[in-house]
Design a protein around this ligand. Structure first.
Ligand SMILES: [Zn+2]
Length: 370
């Protein structure tokens, strides 16, 4: 099956994701003047019909393949209730050779051909050590899966601490595509990112958010720009537990307004204990191992969600199947995996009915046939 941690092994899931992700989009035509002949119209209508059917077949096939895989994994778990833990994913840094020539620190300009942009701000303080280390170690997985759910996008990794850390406050890695080259570049660049301790000072997210709001986005429109923040301590710098965190004097409200004007989405993944304002609070997940796995997948979940309902369904189906395939909770695996997926689904904007139908498909639940 190849190494469990390599870029390719995750990229290999792209059939499943793209099968789900395909949606039929009728070609755009100018309605104001349309000089196609009747014959041309008929031919185009026929082509559209065939394309629509093809997309539907791919979706059905992806759904059937998912169902098969889930059922096989469940059977394996039943037959062997105490499976050995899966081999630990090899760490990207160990797989990928450091190459000085690939190091790109700071943020320049997105590629001319890029389809969309993701800015990933990661709390780089000591209190977030487990999470920051995990994110750094799972670069292959993040980019590999991202290559399947948002190919053609570029991502900026920005490791954020506080003003106390001086020049280490914002450690940025330039735009990379979710490709194997991107993994090599990112891993080589991450080797230059230093862990910050931050002392007791709170991280300042206002500064990096203000900074990325002023970037040159090239040809990328607002609808295709996204910010994801990963932190253990949302209140710090988020302007509602005293506003004195930013010693550069930035006003949180002004920064948030700028972010809203500049980006399509602003999503926060938090592991804070006491905060109520986090968008996705993972602090209730007690197992550290589990929480780590959740963080990277929560990042990917938001990326998929930004791409639309089909993509997020494909991603969740792939993730659920992966949890069953690599059971880290023994007999509790299916139960825990279902809980995780149910939790994530609540972050999708849709009617209760739609969400339940989505869960039935992802979790391969027995649905009563009409
Ligand atoms: Zn600041």
């Amino acid at each position: 099956m190849g190494s469990s941690g390599s870029y390719d092994s995750y990229r290999g899931r792209s059939d499943l994701y793209s099968g789900y992700a395909r949606t039929y989009e009728p070609p755009k035509r100018s309605s104001s003047f349309d000089d196609r002949s009747d014959e041309e119209r008929r031919r185009e209508a026929e082509e559209e019909r065939l394309e629509r059917e093809k997309v539907e077949r791919e979706r059905t096939a992806a759904g059937a393949a998912h169902k098969r895989e889930v059922e096989e994994s469940r059977k394996r778990l039943r037959d062997n209730p105490n499976p050995p833990p899966p081999p630990k994913s090899r760490i990207a840094a160990e797989e990928v050779k450091y190459d000085r020539s690939l190091v790109r620190l700071g943020i320049s300009k997105p590629d001319d051909q890029v389809q969309g942009l993701v800015y990933l701000l990661i709390d780089n303080s000591a209190s977030n050590d487990i999470i920051r280390t995990h994110v750094r170690n799972t670069v292959s997985y993040i980019l590999g899966t991202m290559g399947a759910i948002c190919p053609g996008y570029q991502v900026v990794f920005d490791f954020v601490s506080d003003h106390y850390d001086g020049s280490g406050h914002m450690q940025e890695i330039d735009y990379v595509y979710p490709t194997e080259d991107g993994v090599n570049g990112l891993v080589s660049s991450i080797a230059h990112v230093h862990d910050m301790d931050g002392g007791d000072y709170p991280e300042c997210f206002a500064c990096p958010l203000d900074r990325i709001s002023r970037l040159d986005f090239g040809n990328v429109p607002k609808e295709k720009r996204h910010v994801i923040v990963v932190t253990d301590s949302i209140p710090h710098g988020f302007g509602y537990r005293g506003d004195d965190e930013c010693t550069a004097g930035l006003d949180w409200g002004t920064v948030m307004q700028k972010v809203q004007e500049t980006f399509a989405t602003f999503q926060v993944i938090g592991c804070a204990k006491e905060d109520q304002r986090v968008i996705m609070d993972l602090s209730t997940v007690k197992s550290e191992e589990h929480r780590k796995a959740l963080v990277t997948n929560a990042i990917l979940f938001f990326m998929a969600r930004n791409r639309g309902r089909q993509t997020v369904e494909g991603f969740l189906a792939g993730w659920y199947a992966k949890m069953l395939r690599e059971p880290i909770f023994g007999q509790q695996t299916d139960h825990n995996a279902q809980n995780v997926i149910e939790m994530m689904v609540e972050f999708i904007e849709a009617s209760r009915e739609d969400l339940d139908a989505l869960l039935d498909r992802i979790l391969v639940r027995e649905v009563e046939k009409k």
